[in-house]
Design a protein around this ligand. Structure first.
Ligand SMILES: Cc1ncc(COP(=O)(O)O)c(C=O)c1O
Length: 487
């Protein structure tokens, strides 16, 4: 499309926008606010606002404990199946609950213990730091040797872990876990009865059990080095785990291709969909992905701290064991059996009681996304990021900005990063002076998210015009370089 910098052009795009009416489905208290942060916290759908009141007043207030038999207990799988429609997953594979970080812990640990003789984990430097920390923590947990814990291979192990383990012997809880219950066949095979597995033993002698490979950038922190990724996946790789759309540059991986590459070498693949769910098409089943996790508070508009989701491919569900055996993952929780038996399917990855007010509010928030459909959302999202790239080129590059995202729309999600050495102070000036909300990601990325459900093209134009004015008038110069706690 031939874009133009004149405002009328944006108005014209709005008049042709099939999704324009969805803006009405959202609470927009300040029409002059330009909200470029729906990729971090989505706006509030009116349906979610109404539902949260109803849940508090009628469900909690009146139903009390009866609520568990009136749609609370099965909420994780019911809502999981709705999210499944958005991410290309047939029913029975997606559950909501816990946080993205916790779900990664559960699924990655399960994947690693499924193939205990493989010791390579592949991720990248583009991944969200919490994902990297979780992998480091798992490595720490599964590598009982005092030396070389953590990804950096430095630093002493934490005193509490050491105390718990008594210097290289398995902890009582691990021992208990091995003797009883019915863990997955592969766990049984690997471990024997009450004896540590050979693979766990190997890890103990010389440092970390796992080698965590972080693939770097092929260019200026925009695109991962795909050749290095391909070369790193070998027969020793247990898990490849990446963000489908990466949080800074917005680069989007070819899920099908990477999953196939990993499967060829027998590795399992786990995708973090936090930045793609609700804004870019995802086809987990078609790609034969093994696992996925993601949040619901960004493009799904579920609300701050809304529960996350997890996906486990039906072909491997029964072979896996969760590292956390809670009663919500037990086969018959209301038998109150004193020994754990895993629930069938992905349910075994549940742990304990879920936050119903937040979960059911999020369920209502999914409606606009389900109604709009991913194809239309992606179409508008591409138009928006293309338009934003055009305005960056024409208006902002002369002020020292550069585009920190892929130029090709097929390779990016629904946000772009524009980079500037003064990015942090510009971000503050935009929020405090001109009513534009982007966010800032160090070292120099001003992230602009375009939520296709409620952002108009006129908003987008207006936001860029205000950024341009802040630069012209150097209004960021009065802000300190010192950062606030949340950027
Ligand atoms: C890509 C990605 N992964 C993981 C997380 C962590 O999510 P949570 O705080 O729900 O654990 C985030 C949070 O923003 C994220 O953007």
């Amino acid at each position: 499309m031939n874009f133009s910098t004149v405002r009328e052009f944006a108005i014209q795009l709005d008049s042709q926008d099939k999704l324009a009416s969805f803006r009405e489905a959202f609470v927009i208290p300040d029409p002059s606010l330009v909200y470029f942060d729906g990729n971090s916290l989505g706006a509030m759908p009116k349906a979610a606002q109404e539902k949260s009141r109803q849940i508090v007043d009628e469900q909690w207030g009146v139903d009390l404990i009866r609520g568990w038999n009136k749609g609370w207990w099965d909420a994780p799988s019911r809502i999981g199946d709705k999210i499944g429609r958005i991410i290309g997953a047939a029913a029975g594979q997606t559950l909501v609950g816990d946080t993205v970080s916790l779900n990664l812990f559960k699924l990655a640990t399960s994947a690693l213990t499924y193939q205990p003789n493989r010791t390579r984990i592949i991720t990248d430097t583009f991944n969200f730091p919490s994902d990297l920390y979780i992998l480091q923590g798992i490595n720490n947990l599964l590598s009982p040797s005092p030396s070389g814990r953590g990804a950096r291979g430095e630093g002493a192990p934490s005193p509490s872990l050491e105390e718990g383990r008594g210097g290289g012997t398995p902890s009582p809880s691990l021992e208990e876990g091995r003797g009883g219950g019915t863990p997955s066949p592969s766990l049984e095979e690997g471990r024997g009865e009450g004896t540590p597995s050979p693979s766990l033993g190997e890890g103990r002698g010389g440092g970390s059990k796992y080698e965590i490979i972080r693939i770097g950038a092929s260019d200026n922190d925009i695109t991962p080095d795909l050749a290095a990724l391909e070369a790193a996946i070998n027969e020793n790789t247990a898990l490849v785990t990446l963000s489908h759309v990466v949080f800074k540059s917005g680069y989007m991986y070819d899920m099908q291709r990477i999953t196939e590459l990993a499967h060829k070498k027998g590795a399992l693949v786990l995708w973090d969909l936090s930045h793609s769910v609700g804004s870019a098409p995802v086809h987990l089943d078609d790609c034969n992905a093994d696992f996925a996790i993601g949040c619901t508070y960004k493009y799904l508009n579920g609300g701050p701290g809304a529960p996350a989701f997890l996906y486990v491919n039906k072909n491997i569900q029964e072979k896996l064991s969760s590292p956390i055996w809670g009663w919500w993952g037990q086969n018959k929780p209301f038998d109150f059996d004193l020994d754990y038996t895993p629930a069938p399917g992905p349910q075994r990855f549940m742990v304990g009681t879920q936050p119903m007010i937040s979960m059911l509010t999020m369920e209502a928030a999914l409606e606009p996304t389900l109604q709009a459909g991913m194809e239309s959302l992606r179409e508008k999202s591409i138009l928006m990021t293309d338009y934003a790239s055009f305005l960056t080129e024409n208006w902002l590059v002369p002020f020292g900005f550069s585009l920190g995202s892929p130029v090709d729309s097929a390779m990016r999600g629904s946000h772009i990063s524009i980079r500037h050495p003064e990015g942090y102070r510009i971000n503050r000036a935009l929020i405090e002076e001109v009513n534009v909300i982007p966010d800032f990601r160090a070292p120099d990325n001003l992230r602009l998210g375009f939520a296709p459900l409620y952002l108009s093209f006129a908003d987008l134009w207006e936001g860029f015009d205000r950024i341009r004015r802040v630069m012209e008038e150097k209004r960021y110069e009065k802000y300190p370089k010192q950062k606030l706690a949340v950027t």
